[in-house]
Write a protein that binds this ligand. Structure first.
Ligand SMILES: [Fe+2]
Length: 215
């Protein structure tokens, strides 16, 4: 279990009194992914340091844990007035012409929400709904974290989205990536933690909290 990294910041972010740019209808229907405007560009320092430390990152699908100290302080400052923080940070690489298999990010179905950036690749995330309710095995990944895998033949694709700059995503519903390009897909992904509820941020709460910034 990753210890919660609490950072006290003096920077305050004003919550804008604006309505979301997309319709309420879409907000209600989309259970998977939204682009949001956090007001700053992601620092490439984290990615470049990752490249230096993992020169074989293009070779295989892999999940790399990042130290929470590397999380951009501007992101933490953006989240702080929303009573949110980051409880886990990682980079997931999908090499050229590889697939990231269908999975959910933990050992049980939920609506855990993450904030993602993708570098240099427009391959979308696809979301799927299982065609049955049978239990699947819980598997541990290379980092020791549990996930559940699904067979494509047992699921129906319901949503597809190219990650924005950044996007919030629902990681508790089966999802996958098909990288049909000649470039590795590098996804910088952070688990959002709801400090008020002392739990990972759930999608139904995330949509309300991030509504002013949804594009
Ligand atoms: Fe995932």
């Amino acid at each position: 279990m990753v210890a919660l990294h609490v950072v006290t910041l003096s920077v305050r972010v004003q919550i804008p009194l604006v309505t979301p740019k997309c319709s309420i209808n879409i907000l209600m229907k989309n259970n998977y992914c939204f682009d949001i405007d956090v007001g700053f560009e992601m620092s490439l320092d984290i990615i470049e340091q990752f490249y230096r430390n993992n020169p074989d990152y293009k070779e295989q699908c892999c999940v790399y844990n990042l130290d929470l100290k590397t999380v951009d302080t501007r992101l933490l400052a953006f989240l702080e007035p929303l009573d949110l923080t980051i409880s886990h940070s990682e980079i997931i690489c999908t090499p050229a012409h590889h697939m990231l298999p269908l999975h959910i990010d933990t050992g049980q179905a939920n609506n855990d929400t993450k904030i993602n950036w993708v570098v240099g690749n427009d391959s979308p995330i696809d979301w799927w709904i299982p065609n049955d309710s049978k239990n699947r095995d819980v598997i541990a990944n290379q980092s020791g974290y549990n996930y559940i895998a699904y067979e494509r033949s047992e699921c129906t694709k319901v949503w597809s989205h190219v990650i924005g700059n950044p996007s919030i995503i629902n990681s508790g519903i089966p999802h996958s990536v098909d990288n049909d390009t000649d470039n590795v897909r590098v996804c910088y992904t952070n688990v959002l933690f709801n400090k008020k509820k002392n739990e990972r941020l759930q999608w139904q709460d995330a949509v309300g909290i991030f509504a002013p910034w949804i594009k």
